[in-house]
Design a binder for this molecule. Structure first.
Ligand code: IDP
Length: 140
């Protein structure tokens, strides 16, 4: 399997509860390397641009307000099959359905406030990484 990069976001519910280190340990234990990371405060407009694919969904307003409610940690994870591996470590969108030991099973508060975002495919990973990071910020 090829080495890939994926975009991860530690969401406001998790940064608020000081869970960045515990979540990063899950990534590193799974063999994912954090090759870029920064803490930022999104505006509602920026959150809307990032989640544009969901703009017709009923939860769009709630989602963008949540993502802009407190700082997030955006990061690039690298590893063999990193996109799928990260989705595995994250667990299902709804923490009630997430497998034991996954980030969402252990930390997520609800289907909306679910602690982490992870890209779902190579094309979206490339777009989402470019949304937050310049090439100079990626140190492999
Ligand atoms: P994913 O984050 O597991 O890829 P998506 O279906 O792409 O899940 O949804 C993006 C994000 O939108 C979720 O992580 C969650 O924060 C939010 N979301 C999804 N479904 C709901 C819902 O039914 N109510 C509120 N927020 C939701």
């Amino acid at each position: 399997m090829a080495t890939e990069r994926t975009l991860s976001i530690i969401k406001p519910d998790a940064t608020r509860r000081n869970l960045t280190g515990k979540i990063n340990a899950k990534f590193e234990d799974a063999g994912l390397r954090i090759v870029a990371q920064k803490r930022i405060q999104l505006t509602i407009a920026q959150a809307g641009e990032f989640y544009a694919v969901h703009k017709e969904r009923p939860f769009f307003g709630e989602l963008t307000e949540f993502m802009a409610s407190e700082p997030v940690v955006v990061q690039v994870l690298e590893g063999e099959g990193a996109i799928a591996k990260n989705r595995e470590v994250m667990g299902a969108t709804n923490p009630a359905d997430a497998a034991p030991g996954t980030i969402r099973a252990e930390f997520a508060e609800s289907v909306g406030e679910n602690s982490v975002h992870g890209s779902d495919a190579p094309e979206t990973a490339a777009q989402e990484i470019a949304f937050f990071f310049s090439g100079l910020e990626l140190v492999g």
